[in-house]
Design a protein around this ligand. Structure first.
Ligand code: C2O
Length: 584
């Protein structure tokens, strides 16, 4: 009796599509490869399974996503963060090294196991010190059988935008956080990429409508994005469906995503350029010869030329603040817990430039914050145990939390919160100064929601969310340079609920990587398990500059040292020792 295999398989395939709970597994062996995406420099790049660009992760709403990571880098630890996934019930799978797990040391393995019940456009990236710009970042797409816009388009295309450096992060970081860079000037990218290349061509069928899922997975630069002679219709931002809104040009900060509908013309008379253009306002000094643009083409007829893009007179991007989520979630108009974060940049006594919230620059704790939560019993509700340099805020279950962020810095910053999408209830123009509820415009009754938002130079933003997701969630600027210089706060959401939720649930491979890296997994931020309020030995930032010592003074010192050594014909950086701390 012959049972045909195909007859046997078909019903199972149908069944799984009905119950929509497939398990999607990726085996990622992370290691160095060479790449040269802009044709200007062949450089070591972090690839997966010997390949770069690294693969997109795709799944369907309701799936279980399993990512088995093996670190074969040899010389660097790693981690993977799934940017935008709420990780409800699985904060330990969030991938934030030093917050929700230990770094995965070379030679070790680690499994991420996540149930994905939110559709949309996301990305995944290393969350280990300054690493993702070396290549370890890719798109993560969660498809939705119930997509409210699905009848509006024929095909979907993922477009990743990014900036690109010819040098490795290791060296760039050393020169960025350094006494020889007291102003904190960020390294300027060498090129812009789309889908990890340049001059991308996309073949277009006349009359069809395309859903372009766009992700900025850059380290630093926001990009202006436009399609010549085609209007975009925004239908999703950062995983939140929106009422369709027309846009001629978008401004996509590092880590933001937009899905847009673009309807093709009905003729094949011409091909059209589309452009990603890095926002050069972010760069302290624009190097001569930098091409800030990456160009691609909508190709209707591959026998016709791909025209050079036209110049634009001014950048006038779409304002995301006006978007309306399809679910019409109303404003949280009652706030239980308001957190004010005042942002500044300043020097510490090692002469380098750091970023601060409320005068504190983030330094990763010795014990990852989640493991402090899980090992400190009722003390887990005391923010002090998480250390003096983590900007830790403890949130109560289900309270409505408001973040008021005052940007006391002339730079633009894209802020991201893990574990939530937030309502953007207020955003000022630049130069508006600190938030003042009595003079700010009325809040929208249905605010836009997303997980990454731009705060303008010397302006402010106000964000609200409900603390309904127990976990350890970082809030940080998504410019990777500012992550390195400490622009991070830690939200410890419902720590006692989290203890119950995760009791006995931390997989052994999570603890094994800590052991392999010699990282303690119990006690306060300093690893003290006896006196939880004793932070002796914790990781701390350099001390403040002695009173009266200014950044300008450091600049003068550096230049006079450089001039002196140059004069003697021997440039020696040993002369630039950190300014000695004033103790006490
Ligand atoms: Cu894209 Cu902290 O993450």
């Amino acid at each position: 009796m012959a049972i045909s295999l195909s007859n046997f398989l078909l019903p199972i395939a149908l069944l799984t599509s009905f119950i929509r709970a497939a398990t999607v597994t990726y085996d990622f062996d992370i290691g160095w490869v060479y790449s040269n995406p802009d044709g200007q420099a062949n450089r070591p790049t972090i690839g997966i399974n010997g390949q770069w660009p690294i693969p997109p992760i795709t799944a369907t709403k309701g799936d279980r996503l399993i990512v088995n990571v093996k670190n074969s880098l040899g010389n660097e630890s790693t981690s993977l963060h799934f940017h935008g996934l709420y990780q409800n019930g699985t904060t330990h799978m969030d991938g934030s090294a030093s917050a929700t797990q230990c770094d995965i040391p070379p030679g070790s393995s680690f499994t991420y196991n996540i149930s994905v019940d939110q559709p949309g456009t996301y990305w995944y990236h290393s969350h280990t010190r300054g690493q993702y710009p070396d290549g370890l970042r890719g798109p993560l797409i969660i498809h939705d059988p119930d997509d409210p816009h699905k009848d509006l388009y024929d095909e979907e295309i993922v477009l990743t935008f990014s900036d690109w450096y010819h040098d490795l992060m290791h060296g760039l970081i050393a020169s960025f956080i350094s006494i020889s860079n007291p102003s904190g000037a960020e390294p300027v990218p060498n090129a812009a990429l789309v889908n990890d290349t340049q001059n991308l061509t996309i073949s277009i069928t006349p009359g069809k409508t395309y859903l372009f899922r766009m992700v900025n997975m850059g380290a630093f630069a926001a990009q202006y994005v436009w399609f010549e002679d085609h209007t975009m219709q925004v239908v999703e931002v950062d995983g939140i469906y929106t009422e369709p809104a027309d846009a001629e040009m978008l401004y996509i900060t590092a880590a933001q995503r937009y899905s847009v509908l673009v309807t093709a013309k009905n003729s094949t008379d011409a091909n059209f350029a589309f452009v990603g253009s890095m926002d050069q306002d972010l760069f302290d000094v624009v190097p001569e010869g930098l091409n800030p643009n990456v160009t691609g083409w909508l190709v209707y007829d591959d026998k016709k030329e791909n025209p050079a893009p036209k110049d634009v007179d001014a950048f006038e991007p779409f304002d995301d603040f006006a978007l309306v989520p399809t679910d019409k979630e109303g404003l949280y108009d009652h706030v239980d817990h308001s957190v004010q974060l005042d942002l500044k940049m300043d020097n510490l006594n090692d002469g380098a430039n750091y970023a601060f919230f409320n005068d504190i620059t983030y330094v990763p704790p010795k014990v990852p914050t989640l493991y402090s939560v899980l090992s400190t019993g009722s003390n887990a509700t005391d923010p002090l145990i998480y250390g003096s340099n983590t900007n830790a805020f403890v949130l109560k279950e289900n309270e409505v939390v408001e973040i008021v962020l005052n940007n006391n810095d002339p730079g633009k910053h894209p802020f991201h919160l893990h574990g939530h999408a937030f309502q953007v209830v207020s955003r000022s123009d630049e130069e508006a100064g600190n938030y003042d509820a009595s003079t700010a415009p009325a809040m929208p009754s249905i605010p836009m929601r997303r997980d990454t938002i731009l705060v303008r130079p010397d302006g402010n933003i106000v964000l609200r969310f409900k603390a309904d997701n127990p976990g350890v969630w970082l809030f940080h600027c998504h410019i990777e340079w500012h992550v390195l210089s400490g622009l991070i706060a830690t939200f410890v959401e419902d720590p006692l609920g989290l203890q119950t939720q995760l009791s006995g649930k931390i997989p052994t491979d999570h603890l094994d990587v800590c052991k392999a890296g010699n990282v303690p997994t119990a006690g306060n931020a300093a690893g003290n398990t006896v006196n939880l309020l004793d932070l002796e030995g914790e990781n701390k930032s350099p001390a403040e500059l002695p009173a009266g010592f200014t950044a300008r003074g450091i600049v003068a010192l550096v230049f006079s040292c450089v001039a002196a050594f140059a004069g003697m014909g021997m440039i020696s950086w040993y002369g630039l020792q950190p300014v000695k701390a004033k103790t006490g």
